[in-house]
Design a protein around this ligand. Structure first.
Ligand code: NAP
Ligand code: 8YV
Length: 318
């Protein structure tokens, strides 16, 4: 039996490739020397695309794949995929919800502790010999019993809230609608920021959340406040964040995501009160394996009966 053609955008693991290669003939977009010529000649051959949250489905791929039936994305955030347009064409878009909640929540904790307890400069103090030559490292800020504001109390946001309880936090949140939870709801990101000492963004990216964290929100967070972004770079106005940090309007930031990945503004790289990670919140062997297995399961299920296990909300009715 002939294999189904699958267009791969972005990296996948060997385990994913091995699991898919029995049923699918995989072509890798980024291996093509002449992308435009390749898409023009072969685009119509692909009923299936495998991509991730960073690349999504670029416009040239979308335009060149008239026979597309399914998109399986290696990540939960799908702001780089026009799911409404695909749903209107009857194309199923699948993503990887839930299996990464714990890892991303752990990354929030890691960034929060690192920035508040000054892990990076303190490590530098220890390994540079300054401890011996200059004495003890200065005191830092405790993470215990803080008011924490969560922007986006969804699957990951709720997992973050659970983590925060272990630190005795008073939990506040902002999302589009209030939830049935024992935390304090705020109708705006600004009101949430004004009520807390630590603000974490974990909404989806895209137009509706673009620059949700802006100069006004950071000002409301205040000079003792920490901002942690594990959502999407687009959720925070990066220029406003740099200005707020430079002017001491907030105390520090922990950032896993950036507006123009993989580019990070030099100003952020030079600040001791900023901890940076290169979009690795779900990036452990264990969690990427679970995500990869779900990507494969979605494609295999589609091949079997035309459905996917974990469709994005826009495609659930298909
Ligand atoms: P989810 O369950 O869909 O939760 C999203 C939350 O954001 C919901 O509480 C939703 O509020 C809120 N929200 C959506 N649009 C909003 C808006 N315009 N204004 C205010 N709140 C809004 O999603 P999830 O699984 O927790 O994932 C959240 C996001 O995390 C992903 O989309 C992705 O961008 C990001 N992420 C990043 C990494 C990383 O590597 N750094 C890894 C995984 C995920 P309502 O419930 O009221 O609609
Ligand atoms: C991935 C993510 O790193 O799931 C998401 O939304 O941001 C991350 O888990 C991303 O999909 C890029 O592969």
């Amino acid at each position: 039996m002939s294999k189904t053609k699958l267009l791969q955008i972005g990296d996948i693991t060997d385990r994913m490739r091995d699991a898919l290669s029995g049923d699918f003939e995989i072509d890798v977009l980024f291996d093509q020397d002449d992308r435009a010529a390749f898409l023009a000649a072969k685009g119509a051959d692909y009923p299936a695309v495998l991509t991730n949250g960073h690349w999504g489905v670029p416009d040239d791929v979308a335009a060149a794949t008239p026979n597309l039936k399914v998109v399986s994305s290696y990540g939960v955030g799908y702001d780089a995929i026009d799911a409404d347009a695909y749903a209107a064409r009857g194309i199923k878009v699948a993503h990887t919800p839930d299996v990464l909640n714990d890892e991303v929540a752990d990354t929030f904790v890691m960034l929060w502790l690192a920035v508040s307890r000054e892990l990076i400069p303190s490590d530098r103090h220890a390994r540079s010999g300054k401890w011996e030559s200059e004495g003890n490292y200065p005191l830092t800020r405790s993470v215990q019993n803080r008011r924490v504001g969560i922007l986006g109390l969804g699957r990951i946001g709720q997992t973050i809230a659970e983590r925060c309880k272990a630190f005795g936090a008073d939990i506040h949140y902002h999302s589009r609608s209030p939830k049935d939870v024992p935390y304090t709801y705020h109708a705006t990101a600004r009101d949430c920021a004004a009520a807390v000492e630590v603000l974490v963004a974990i909404t989806p990216g895209g137009a509706s959340t673009k620059h949700m964290v802006n100069a006004e929100v950071l000002e409301a967070l205040g000079p003792d406040g920490f901002f942690i972004n594990v959502a999407r770079g687009s959720v925070c106005d990066e220029a406003a964040l740099v200005a707020a940090l430079e002017q001491g309007k907030i105390a520090g930031a922990g950032l896993d995501v950036f507006e123009e990945e993989p580019k990070i503004p030099d100003a952020l790289k030079s600040m001791d009160n900023v901890v940076l990670t290169p979009h690795v919140a779900s990036g452990t062997h264990e969690t990427r394996q679970a995500m990869g297995d779900l990507v494969v399961e979605n494609l295999r299920q589609w091949l079997k009966d035309g459905s996917v296990k974990t469709p994005v909300p826009e495609c659930r009715h298909l």
